[in-house]
Ligand binder design. Structure first.
Ligand SMILES: [Zn+2]
Length: 127
């Protein structure tokens, strides 16, 4: 029976054996992953994050804005602008009209940008 808020996916028996073996190994124990569900959840999230990060690329940073190319907008991708609002200490995406969209999330993954934002007292909605 499937737990509430869960669904099933088929995994090859050999892969499941590898997952269990990895969880039980020293490296697996250090990872904190204690069961196959947790392992698969983490692996899939990491892959989604990896694929999502290819979706975006940082274009430039100005005093008042950060510009990010989003390859999922339109056929060729488009640039979104995140305005840096000093009065709120937050970034605001013009495309999503949001302070907490995928573009703002990506901006907070850019180490060089984060350094500047933190110096200016900005805070991430993802902390
Ligand atoms: Zn956005």
């Amino acid at each position: 029976m499937v737990k509430e808020n869960w669904t099933t996916a088929n995994i090859r028996i050999n892969l499941m054996k590898e997952i269990k073996k990895t969880i039980e190994s020293d490296v697996g124990k250090k990872s904190g992953l204690t069961n196959p569900n947790q392992f698969v959840d983490t692996a899939i999230r990491d892959l989604i994050n990896k694929l999502e990060s290819k979706r975006f690329s940082h274009q430039n940073t100005y005093d008042d804005k950060v510009r990010i190319l989003d390859n999922k907008i339109g056929k060729m991708g488009d640039i979104v602008t995140i305005f840096l609002r000093d009065e709120f200490k937050k970034g605001f995406c013009d495309y999503c009209e949001s302070e907490s969209c995928v573009h703002v999330k990506y901006m907070w993954e850019l180490k060089d940008v984060v350094k500047i934002l933190k110096k200016r007292g900005f805070h991430s909605p993802y902390d």
